[in-house]
Design a protein around this ligand. Sequence first.
Ligand code: ATP
Length: 443
Amino acid sequence: MADNDRMEKLVSLCKRRGFVFQSSELYGGLGSVWDYGPLGVELKRNVKDRWWRSMVHVRDDIEGIDAGILMHPKVWEASGHVAGFADPMVDCKTCKARFRADKLADAQCPQKPSKHPGDHTACELTEPRQFNLMFRTFMGPVEETAALVYLRPETAQGIYVNYLNVLQGSRQKVPFGIAQIGKAFRNEITPGNFIFRTREFEQMEMQFFVKPGTDEEWFERWRALRWQWCLDLGLRAEKLRWHQHLHGELAHYAKAAYDIEYEFPFGWNEFEGIHNRTDFDLSRHQQYSGRKLEYFDQERNERWLPYVVETSMGADRCALVVLCDAYHEEQVEGETRVVLRFHPSLAPIKAAVLPLVKKDGLPEIAERIYHDLKGRYTAFYDDGGSVGRRYRRQDEAGTPFCITVDGQTKEDGTVTVRHRDSLQQDRVDAARLVAWIAERVAA
Ligand code: ATP
């Protein structure tokens, strides 16, 4: 299957099955904002829950926070976003389109036949200009006199400005980390590729505060942990690789930066960034706020500004990686089967309960089983159409287990459990189903 075909099929499946819809489609859509439907919202929640559990719940040395989207405007001066959070853009005077100057090779000119910007004889591109990506809004009832504020373009700054609060209010000592999941907004010049690059998205970020001198060791430790986390999502290892930021690409304040890249149908692209940000952010906030942000090391009676190792992943981008990795088409009994092979812990619906026929008391038994399961797991009840068709519907939703109630259930209390990936069928005691699923859904 050609790769753009694959992407088109995935986008269409996402719409049809209620994973992701274009925002405000009723009014023609809003560029690069997407809404998550019933299955998509479960998938994204599962991704975020896994991340939160691995960062905050399992570890003793990371605390969670949830900071506001709106922050004091000085935060963005201190962070460097007001002066420098810009992409170079060029305009085409002929077709009035705008492109990112550093991504011209990936962009399409709207003129037909479609080529890269600048490749048509009619193209007239301007010199690159810097375009700030932050959305601005006004705080206060009267726009003219109100303060200009920004929608945060990253969640990290909410962590830096709360670092002392968390340190004082918890029993942590450096080294320790702060984790956060939340919305971020960027007025991207060329968004696209579905939920890969959007203007409103969610980030899952963690800043780990360490003693200067131990930063390189922590950086390597976090690289290994994050790589393993991606593998634990069930992603295929051959679809993942490292990309090291070398001198031209490395932010001026960063000592080292690596991206974990995934091979999307549209090519290798960043999935997560892991950065050694030195003491850049804390020293800037110290300077702009006039407040000391040093850490007092009681054992050595020393004060210093911690270095920060950051891990930064988009929740939406992670959902896209999971979707791309899970999407499979295969031939089964002369028919094409479309199946989303999610890791069971990520699957939006864990089990579907299907009475074989709509009579002989089977629906009543199936409904009881469904209600038992529903208290613990996302479950789905379906009694419409042939059982084969019902299986296919669940394959497209990525449901790992289909539980069929048949004549034998009435005799011995067992049900058929059909496995999404192997298509194998097992007989399981209905009374043991909750525990049976628990063993298989565990992360
Ligand atoms: P790029 O250079 O591709 O614009 P970036 O290097 O600026 O991206 P970061 O600031 O490092 O990206 O953001 C960290 C993570 O947040 C990314 O790895 C990605 O998963 C996610 N992310 C960033 N921008 C977007 C976006 N516009 N839409 C969706 N996710 C995003």
